[in-house]
Design a protein around this ligand. Structure first.
Ligand SMILES: Cc1cc2nc3c(=O)[nH]c(=O)nc-3n(C[C@H](O)[C@H](O)[C@H](O)COP(=O)(O)OP(=O)(O)OC[C@H]3O[C@@H](n4cnc5c(N)ncnc54)[C@H](O)[C@@H]3O)c2cc1C
Length: 404
């Protein structure tokens, strides 16, 4: 399976602090990779390779855009929660059977590799925490001052923020089309429906139910709620976003239906963060969506020492709580293998929806999916808006809920 010989790399090979410790390289310092590195740091020689220097609590990003001071607690330097792990802040660009190469020309030998590069990063110029904090401040300035937001916005959290703070475009449109019924599309539709009850809102989603990251019960509740607010939800149909031109007001769905809307928002998924694997030994492990195929133990299919966790995998579901579970299972399995344990003892990944998953419905309501029930209304909405689960996330990293 060797494709690129390490000798071809003009790189500094990082011989990790040897000893009897085995070397575990974790690529990606999002929720899954960060938690895994934390759990494993005292069991092996762990290196975390992340394109940025900090872990970001993603579910709080939108709040940070409107309230930049909030970001301080949500951008956590990797070195704050990793006491015994080497961190390198440079994107991984290649991998062989034995090493990972970074963009800055260093290579890291591994006995075990964990790939956790999630979704492609939309804010690529923010390697440092300071840059990211500035981005939030600039974003909020833009929101506060902009009188003419762009006509078409692509999916990321900016969509929600522009609509919250400066809704000129929505305000001046009698009808709005939202393409994509994932978390962002649903939250945006809900927000418009609540803030602008007179507007015609159409939400087009390619699957048979909204919010596949949540269970069917939650999808059903959200659908019912949206309909009760007058949102026209079109399921099982898609719109080719590539074919949409600036200023278009008429859109054709995959079944040939025409939808007219004065403005539209693209809330279709970001690509996976796996393009760096395209020309590597793992290329044939990627599916057509760019996800890594994993087995029941979260190892990349057909490999013995390479794990994949979080959003990048083809395992069922994609959410913060599932990324959390992936990290726990992979850490357990790695600990077993590092101790020379038998393969038959490897833990199996079985997704559990026991951690709450929250989707906001306008400013005051939300749907919360718990292990025993799915609740809709003002109480989950209050919980979501209060802290965006930042304190909980920080505790997962072993940190105080507040910064000093
Ligand atoms: C705005 C937003 C809000 C969300 N809200 C919620 C919510 O309320 N509840 C919920 O359960 N889930 C939520 N999610 C989803 C949740 O955040 C993800 O499921 C979770 O972050 C997945 O974690 P991950 O580690 O797999 O990937 P990511 O968080 O995408 O992290 C990937 C990491 O890999 C790094 N990386 C990428 N490419 C490379 C490379 N080549 N080399 C090195 N590093 C690389 C990135 O810098 C990043 O640190 C939200 C996501 C977003 C974007």
């Amino acid at each position: 399976m060797q494709k690129n010989s390490p000798s071809m790399w003009i790189a500094t090979r990082e011989m990790e602090a040897g000893g009897s410790n085995r070397r575990v390289v974790v690529v990606g310092g999002g929720l899954a990779g960060a938690l895994l590195a934390k759990r494993l740091q005292f069991d092996a020689n762990v290196v975390l390779i992340d394109s940025k220097e900090y872990y970001e609590i993603r579910r709080a990003s939108s709040r940070c855009m409107v309230e930049p001071s909030f970001a301080d607690r949500t951008l956590i330097p990797h070195t704050d929660y990793l006491a015994n792990c080497r961190v390198t802040s440079s994107p991984a660009i290649d991998v062989t059977d034995t090493e990972v190469l970074t963009a800055e020309g260093r290579s890291f030998v591994y006995d075990y590799l964990v790939i956790a590069t999630g979704h492609a990063v939309e804010h690529c110029a923010t390697k440092t925490r300071k840059q990211r904090l500035e981005q939030f401040h600039q974003g909020s300035n833009f929101i506060a001052t902009s009188r003419s937001p762009p006509t078409n916005l692509s999916l990321d959290f900016n969509v929600l923020m522009v609509s919250i703070a400066d809704n000129e475009r929505i305000r001046s449109s009698s009808s709005v089309l939202i393409i994509g019924g994932g978390r962002t599309g649903v939250e945006l539709a809900a927000e418009i429906a609540v803030d602008f009850p007179g507007k015609k809102v159409t939400l087009v989603h390619e699957s048979s139910r909204l919010l596949q990251v949540l269970g069917p019960n939650a999808s059903q509740k959200v659908l019912k709620w949206l309909k009760s607010k007058g949102v026209d939800v079109v399921l099982d149909q898609s719109i080719d976003v590539e074919s949409i031109a600036e200023g278009d007001t008429s859109f054709t769905t995959s079944s040939g239906a025409r939808i007219t809307a004065a403005c539209h928002f693209r809330c279709v998924g970001r690509p996976m963060g796996s393009s760096w694997l395209n020309k590597t030994v793992l290329n044939d492990k990627l599916d057509r969506f760019g996800r890594l195929a994993v087995d029941a133990n979260l190892r990349v299919r057909g490999t013995k020492n390479i794990f994949a966790i979080g959003d990048i995998t083809d395992a069922a579901g994609r959410s913060g709580s599932l990324a959390h579970q992936h990290a726990a299972v992979a850490a357990k399995n790695l600990k077993l293998l590092l101790k020379g344990g038998r393969e038959e003892k490897l833990a199996m990944y079985k997704p559990s929806y026991s951690s709450p998953a929250v989707v906001s419905l306008g400013r005051r309501q939300a749907v919360v999916q718990l292990s025993f029930a799915t609740i809709k209304g003002h109480i989950p909405g209050w919980l979501q808006s209060k802290d965006s689960y930042v304190a909980w996330n920080r505790r997962q990293m072993g940190l105080e809920s507040e910064t000093n």
